[in-house]
Write a protein that binds this ligand. Structure first.
Ligand SMILES: [Zn+2]
Ligand SMILES: [Zn+2]
Length: 318
């Protein structure tokens, strides 16, 4: 994997900030384009200008790589099929009730095939200059994957990986260099137990529940010890070459979506450097962070020192 260093933003973060210019000046090279959280939404609509070729051209002209990091379940399977085909959708663990707003049942070949076809269409419509494609599932901790009779031996991460593997098997039809993300986050954080990654599948580790008062490798932070153990387990499974870290160092939205002005993240320059030293010391060459809600209102209230510090540190290590 080429060195990637960057941030992940949503369209509204560009209100009052020229992030293209800021990124180009920073020495960072990769912009992740995100359509927002929440269980489900139409990615194509919510990406707004980020989904347009003219925007991709502008990034390219400024020397920046781009990739789409999206909760794509609504695009990957048409949830309107639920009434007629509840068997395409996951069954929950309580009463095995089919879930109308979750991912899909990977043991259902018709459903899985639809997911692959829709993913390939997404690659056509939202090409990535990094050749990395992120088809994240629904954004929640439970009621995401399936516990039907055929799926019940598979954990959520296995099911996410089955889906990523199936897309990876065919992605070269659309992008000969294409690679597919397995996202370790929320219900998939602990990683797969039964399924091995296809050679075109890479790990994206997004430690949403880690602590920012301590470094990631601080042995005296129980929260981070837990996250680090998971990370090192996943690193063994995927290998450093196929591991990408998506952090939250600059993410204002981690602290809330409703406050005005948006809140400053907990950002201690020394700790962030320790984190980056740890990750790169493990051989990781691909690191980005969410910076959602670092928009014009944020900049007016807090300025961009944290972004500048982050870029300066990352540029020393990558
Ligand atoms: Zn199932
Ligand atoms: Zn801590």
């Amino acid at each position: 994997m080429k060195n990637h260093k960057g941030i992940v933003l949503v369209p509204s973060d560009f209100e009052g900030v020229d992030w293209v210019e800021k990124m180009a000046k920073s020495g960072l090279n990769t912009l992740g384009l995100h359509s927002g959280g929440g269980v489900a939404h139409n990615v194509y609509n919510e990406l707004k200008f980020m989904g347009e070729q003219s925007f991709r051209d502008k990034l390219k002209a400024n020397g920046l790589d781009y990739e789409y990091e999206v909760h794509a379940s609504d695009v990957l399977i048409d949830h309107k099929l639920f009434d007629e085909h509840p068997e395409y959708f996951p069954q929950n663990i309580r009463r095995r009730t089919p879930l109308a707003d979750a991912n899909w049942c990977t043991s259902n070949p018709t459903a899985l095939n639809m997911v692959v076809e829709n993913a390939l269409e997404m690659v056509r419509r939202l090409p990535s200059s990094t050749h990395r494609y992120f088809f994240w599932g629904v954004d929640r901790l439970q009621n995401d994957w399936c516990h039907c009779e055929k799926c019940s031996h598979l954990n959520g991460a296995d099911q996410a990986l089955i889906s990523a593997n199936a897309i990876a098997e065919r992605i070269a039809e659309v992008d000969p260099d294409g690679q597919v993300c397995f996202l370790a986050y929320h219900g998939t954080l602990n990683g797969p137990k039964r399924i091995k990654p296809h050679e075109r599948v890479f790990l994206e580790f997004a430690p949403f529940f880690r602590c920012y008062f301590h470094a990631f490798n601080d042995p005296n932070c129980a929260v981070n010890v837990h996250n680090r153990e998971i990370f090192e387990h996943l690193l063994n499974l995927f290998g450093t070459e196929r591991t990408h870290v998506l952090e939250y160092w600059l993410d204002s939205s981690l602290y809330g979506f409703t406050q005005h002005p948006p809140l400053k993240p907990i950002f201690d320059k020394k700790l962030v450097e320790e984190d980056i030293r740890y990750y790169t010391g493990k051989g990781i060459r691909s690191i980005t962070t969410f910076a959602v809600r670092q928009d014009g209102e944020y900049m007016e209230a807090h300025g961009d020192q944290e972004f500048q510090d982050y870029a300066e540190i990352l540029n020393r290590y990558l």
